[in-house]
Write a protein that binds this ligand. Structure first.
Ligand SMILES: Cc1cc2nc3c(=O)[nH]c(=O)nc-3n(C[C@H](O)[C@H](O)[C@H](O)COP(=O)(O)OP(=O)(O)OC[C@H]3O[C@@H](n4cnc5c(N)ncnc54)[C@H](O)[C@@H]3O)c2cc1C
Length: 234
């Protein structure tokens, strides 16, 4: 296995651009898992030490959460809003939460991502390094793209309130649907489909449902069509 140890974030991004198949290595829980994304020739680009690993509150009251902050550090922080902590708890194993990073979870762009629906509903953006310099990007736009930028830190309003629901057969099987409402915005991660976001609960109509091992298209559509209205009827 080839692991590169670039000296700067820009060097990491240029390596990723140059090597079509390469992956950034943060916590490694996705990259190195059994039947994970690594092919026979995949090279790893170690980003540990290159992007922030701290949670800081700026003068504007916003949180700057480093891409290398782990899901467990988010759960334990007094600064992080509750909706994001509850999304981190979808990762049921303490051991995995302790290694998996927020940048790695978003960077993996999984359709059952623990965090993407929550961050997208919250309208969260992150600062990233691209070959052309630093650039802000919305999580909701990034999730459905395949761009190779390196996530540096997320900018999060700690005052925002919301909720996140996950539907899966068990805590350790892949989710069929993850639904988030934060502030006045909604987002749905549906297994087998692209992320959808919007300002009304009927965003479920925008999803292209597919039959997967986690459930039939009909089943997932039923969950997505009822989750927000049932929650708000309480
Ligand atoms: C048994 C098992 C079950 C799992 N189930 C789920 C699940 O249901 N839902 C889920 O979301 N995850 C799941 N995962 C995957 C994983 O644990 C998480 O997605 C985790 O948050 C990835 O974080 P990491 O730091 O370990 O990322 P890594 O494994 O280091 O990297 C993952 C990906 O993110 C990219 N990346 C990493 N850091 C950055 C960055 N700063 N900027 C841009 N790209 C970056 C890498 O290129 C790579 O493609 C599972 C893992 C295991 C082992």
């Amino acid at each position: 296995m080839v692991i590169h140890h670039p000296k700067t974030p820009l060097e990491a991004v240029m390596l990723k651009k140059e090597k079509e198949d390469a992956l950034y290595l943060a916590g490694g829980t996705e990259d190195l898992r059994l039947n994970g994304p690594m092919g026979e020739n995949t090279e790893l680009i170690d980003i540990n030490g290159l992007v922030p690993s701290t949670i800081e509150k700026g003068e504007d009251g916003k949180l700057k959460i480093g891409a290398l902050v782990t899901l467990q550090e988010l759960v334990e922080s007094d600064l992080v809003p509750e909706y994001l902590k509850s999304a981190c708890r979808f990762c049921a194993s303490f051991e995995k939460r302790n290694a998996a990073t927020i940048g790695g979870n978003v960077g993996a762009r999984r359709d059952d991502s623990y965090l993407i629906a929550a961050l997208a509903a919250a309208g969260v953006s992150f600062m990233s390094i691209t070959p052309h310099g630093e650039e802000l990007k919305k999580v909701s736009e990034y999730a459905n793209s395949d761009c190779k930028r390196l996530i540096e830190y997320f900018i999060i309003d700690p005052a925002t309130k919301g909720y996140v629901h996950r539907f899966g057969i068990t805590a350790n099987t892949h989710a069929a649907v993850i639904a988030a409402k934060v502030g006045d915005s909604y987002a749905l991660s549906v297994k087998g489909s692209a992320l959808v976001c919007g300002d009304t609960p009927d965003i479920y109509k925008k999803v292209e449902y597919k039959d997967t091992l986690e459930g039939s298209a009909e089943y997932k559509k039923y969950l997505a069509s009822t989750v927000f209205t049932l929650k708000e009827a309480k």
